[in-house]
Ligand binder design. Structure first.
Ligand code: FAD
Length: 429
């Protein structure tokens, strides 16, 4: 099986990647050659792995800021905001070049993939000039203050309030599961400004300063052992009206752009917890494909991986003609998160007892177990698999809408019905 179907995967850990094509990639390659130590760039060009000592010695933040200054951290952004005006095909080639040179990629997922497209679609000129260049240069970091303890899948039920205060707004409430809140400079936030309107019509979208004294971040521990996300408490946080994105009460529409971009980006994201199909194949091949059950699972996962790649290309073709990300993003989000979870589970199965007791030097086992423990989070973050299936059913397949009894009911009334003793203060102005 290994030699006939997958000759290129049996010996190589990484799939061979090229240096990308076109003038932009040529510019990036020559920048990388001058920027990286000689042994690093020459080794990569000769197809050799990078010496781990060189990787460990790299100052990642400094490297990313220097990459950002060239515009290659966010090539899709217009040049006036610090990008390269690159087409989606050029963006893909640039990503492949960075991957080929084994350098760190921009690590502000929210800033690059959620905030930038949302501000391009809805921001004022002043907001674009204020926030986008700092995203492009990798100097500012962002987080997303959407989910709340009682509003995750049903995000439109959110209760965080923004009330008029002088010329601006005062925001109070609680958010949860906020990824990377502890190191963010700014946040995008959804808050209720019109409690007397139905739940989707009374929400406004803001940018919030995470260094405001009214913002408190409390990290939450995940089963991987790390604290990737936090609870965020907001108490009378002052937000100027210049930081409102889109019209008052139109936050749900603005958030729709953000969520669509999030789903599309999550489907192609490869973070530290990710275990690629190539890695699983390498693991299966390493013991001579001797376990038939693992061999079967690996082949099935390889087929799913190929289907995902083709579906991603189809979803991205939409962006190539200038259309906003559509519900196809829900297909790729659903498919990629479940695939990633299942690849990690197969790797852990292949490890056998090494998955529960490994030596400190056994990085291979540690990586697979970490990916396995992060697997369920993937099928929840960015909208759960059940919610993606609902979206696909309604917007792609044209099935009837899920019943929703409170869709047109004023939000204030829903709160009163939920808890008769709760009073919602009359502080909209
Ligand atoms: C790793 C990670 C990072 C995250 N980062 C962020 C972040 O940075 N910012 C942010 O705002 N949020 C973030 N989230 C939160 C995430 O968006 C929510 O967890 C998610 O939307 C689900 O909401 P919930 O947790 O409240 O679950 P609930 O909505 O309470 O759902 C509970 C269960 O009920 C099911 N369910 C709910 N409604 C329906 C329905 N209508 N039909 C069928 N099934 C349904 C769900 O699928 C789920 O299985 C993150 C989550 C994770 C896991």
């Amino acid at each position: 099986v290994s030699s006939e179907i997958m000759p290129s995967y049996t010996t190589a850990q990484r799939r061979p990647a090229d240096e990308g094509e076109g003038a932009l990639c040529a510019e990036l390659v020559s920048w990388l050659i001058t920027e990286l130590p000689d042994e690093w760039s020459t080794g990569v060009r000769l197809g050799q792995p990078v010496d781990p000592q060189l990787t460990a010695a790299l100052d990642v933040d400094l490297f990313l800021r220097r990459l950002g200054a060239t515009g290659f951290a966010t090539p899709e952004l217009p040049r006036e905001y610090g990008g390269k005006d690159a087409t989606p095909d050029e963006v893909r080639s640039i990503a492949s070049t960075l991957n080929h040179f084994m350098v760190p990629s921009p690590n502000d997922f929210v800033g690059v993939n959620l905030v930038a497209p949302t501000l391009l679609a809805w921001g004022t000129d002043a907001q674009k000039h204020r926030y986008l260049p700092a995203i492009a240069s990798c100097t500012d970091r962002w987080c997303q203050l959407f989910s709340e303890p009682g509003a995750g899948s049903d995000l439109a039920s959110l209760t965080t309030r923004a009330v008029r205060f002088g010329d601006g707004w005062s925001v109070s409430g609680q958010k949860v599961w906020t990824s990377r809140a502890h190191r963010a400079d700014h946040a995008i936030l959804l808050a209720r400004t019109e409690p007397d309107l139905p739940k989707r019509q009374g929400i406004t979208f803001f940018v919030v300063d995470m260094h405001d004294p009214g913002v408190e971040v409390r990290p939450l521990r995940q089963m991987t052992g790390e604290s990737h996300f936090s609870e965020v408490f907001l108490q009378d946080v002052q937000v100027s009206d210049d930081a409102r994105v889109g019209p008052r009460g139109a936050g749900w529409k603005v958030a729709f752009s953000t969520l669509m971009s999030e789903r599309t980006s999550l489907s192609v994201m490869q973070d530290d917890h990710h275990l690629a199909i190539d890695d699983l194949i390498r693991r299966s091949a390493a013991n001579g494909w001797s376990n038939p059950a693992l061999r079967d699972r690996t082949i099935q996962l390889l087929v799913r991986d190929r289907v995902l790649q083709l579906t991603n290309l189809r979803a991205q073709a939409r962006l190539r003609v200038g259309a906003p990300p559509g519900p196809e993003g829900s297909i790729t989000k659903l498919f990629s998160s479940e695939l990633s979870r299942d690849i990690a589970a197969a790797a852990v199965y292949g490890l056998g007892s090494r998955a529960s007791a490994w030596t400190p030097a056994d990085d291979d086992a540690a990586h697979a177990v970490d990916a396995f423990l992060f697997g369920p989070a993937r099928t929840i973050a960015g909208g759960t698999s059940e919610i993606q299936r609902n979206i696909i059913g309604e917007r792609v397949l044209g099935l009837p809408r899920e019943p929703e009894v409170d869709r047109e009911v004023p939000w204030r009334e829903i709160q009163t019905r939920r808890s008769p003793r709760t009073t919602v203060s009359d502080d909209t102005q």
